[in-house]
Design a protein around this ligand. Structure first.
Ligand code: ATP
Ligand code: MG
Length: 429
């Protein structure tokens, strides 16, 4: 028996208080059990309680099927395509309820689940036991179950020992599990960065052999994952680990990897990440548009410089470069239009702010992305050995006309509030 299984057998099971759980999760577990089903709070919430953190949301796992779950509640909706889950609304809370499923290895019939040639799982709606459900999860620390009625704690794969040892360990054979779903590599990095845990050695070493599979993942799913990686307050350590494991390029494209662009580029990216994390910690709003604009800035700048050499004006060059880099980025990440347009506005304003033209002051101040663009300018001045004349100028202007800053946005939103847009029926067609 290895140290890991030995340790997991000697640990005392934790006991949590009802007040550790949200009212909604307690209600959902109780209600399912009253209807004769097994039900547990599962995954991230139990992990966070073990660590001593307050869980951000509560998921429930049960042996009831989605249809049966639905019948236990007044306000429940079956959602999901890749696998069906049920959203149960309890007051203002939404509890995600999943049926125990078995994973790829436990497949009994070829038709139960389909895998692509590389071994990637395409559909896995195959129900199973709690044991099977635990094994199909990604990490030992996420395969923890807690029955809030009986206080039974179920840990079949040594997740509690790994929490104690601060270790991220993939369940099963890491290379095979990454092949089934390459996004698990990003999840490993996300949890390592967020919890400040280390990667167990096989979990770590397998990444090198499969990292290129990340390029097979649909850009829309990568963008969802990008948001979880970068908008949750630990983007700086996440970025560092993604670079370390050479996953950044598959996620964000070459344009986000300033390996060939030198130290100032990396420094600018790190400052932007640090600012974003501080804002999250302070509870201030963050927008993906600013961080994306900063992360891709070194590439945009290099591209614009090249275009300017071939004769385009600085403003035109910046505009074309923005278009090119967004296009490159979108081959990896499906950046929604509202963000990519904002990124391009933030970049377009850079050469305009630099001109400090008196005639344009009020227009630029009123621009809805003025603040973000000004913030990017500040980062550039810190890292690019630019003088600070430009930021000093715009600091003065903001003090002179504070009511103008970003006012174009306010005006537009006011307009759309007064005159609600008619909803078009076939928006996607
Ligand atoms: P968070 O606190 O970030 O929500 P979480 O552990 O709850 O962390 P989720 O992304 O909400 O993470 O996923 C819920 C659970 O589903 C996880 O705990 C994990 O057990 C399982 N899971 C999610 N994605 C995968 C995946 N790609 N492969 C295997 N299991 C997964
Ligand atoms: Mg969760």
């Amino acid at each position: 028996m290895d140290n890991h299984s030995l340790k997991s057998q000697t640990l005392a099971a934790p006991v949590f208080e009802p007040s550790d759980f949200s009212p909604g999760s307690l209600f959902v577990v109780e209600q399912l059990q009253e209807h004769g089903f097994d039900a547990y709070v599962v995954g991230g919430a139990v992990r966070d309680l073990l660590i001593g953190k307050h869980p951000k949301d509560f998921d429930v796992a049960t042996n009831a099927t989605p249809e049966q779950i639905k019948q236990c509640f007044r306000n429940a909706r079956i959602i999901g395509r890749r696998f069906q889950i049920v959203h149960v609304r309890v007051g203002r809370e939404i509890i995600e309820v999943t049926t125990f499923r078995r994973g790829h290895e436990e497949e009994r019939s070829e038709q139960d689940a389909r895998a692509s040639q590389s071994g990637r799982l395409l559909r896995d709606n195959v129900y199973g036991s709690l044991e099977e459900d635990a094994r199909r999860r990604d990490l030992t620390i996420n395969a923890l179950y807690y029955d809030t009625s009986s206080h039974q704690f179920i840990d079949q794969l040594g997740g509690q020992a790994d929490v104690e040892d601060r270790v991220i360990r993939i369940i099963g054979d890491p290379a095979a599990r990454y092949r089934e779903d390459p996004v698990r590599m990003l999840r490993v990095v996300r949890f390592a960065a967020r919890l400040q845990f280390d990667l167990e050695s096989d979990t770590e070493s397998a990444i090198a052999s499969v990292r290129t599979l990340l390029t097979d993942i649909p850009p829309a799913r990568l963008f969802d994952e990008w948001l979880k990686l970068f908008m949750n307050g630990f983007s700086a350590p996440t970025f560092r680990l993604l670079r370390h494991y050479e996953l950044l390029t598959s996620l964000m494209g070459e344009a986000a990897s300033p390996a060939t662009q030198g130290e100032p580029a990396l420094e600018l990216q790190q400052l932007a990440l640090g600012n974003t994390d501080r804002r999250v910690a302070d509870g201030r709003p963050v927008t993906p548009a600013f961080l994306l604009a900063a992360l891709y800035w070194p590439a945009v700048q290099a591209c614009a410089e090249q275009l300017a050499v071939s004769g385009e004006s600085p403003i035109q060059a910046m505009h074309s470069a923005g278009q090119q880099i967004v296009q490159q980025a979108c081959q990896h990440l499906a950046i929604p239009k509202r963000f990519s347009l904002a990124m391009r506005d933030i970049w377009d304003l850079q050469p305009r702010l630099e001109r400090m033209q008196p005639k344009k002051i009020k227009d630029h101040l009123a621009h809805r992305w003025f603040r973000a663009s000004f913030d990017l300018r500040l980062l550039r001045e810190q890292t690019d050995a630019l003088g600070d004349d430009c930021s000093a100028f715009w600091t003065d202007q903001q003090q002179r006309y504070p009511e103008l800053v970003g006012s174009a946005r306010a005006r537009r939103e006011e307009r759309s509030e007064r005159r609600p847009r008619r909803r078009r029926r076939n928006r996607d067609s």
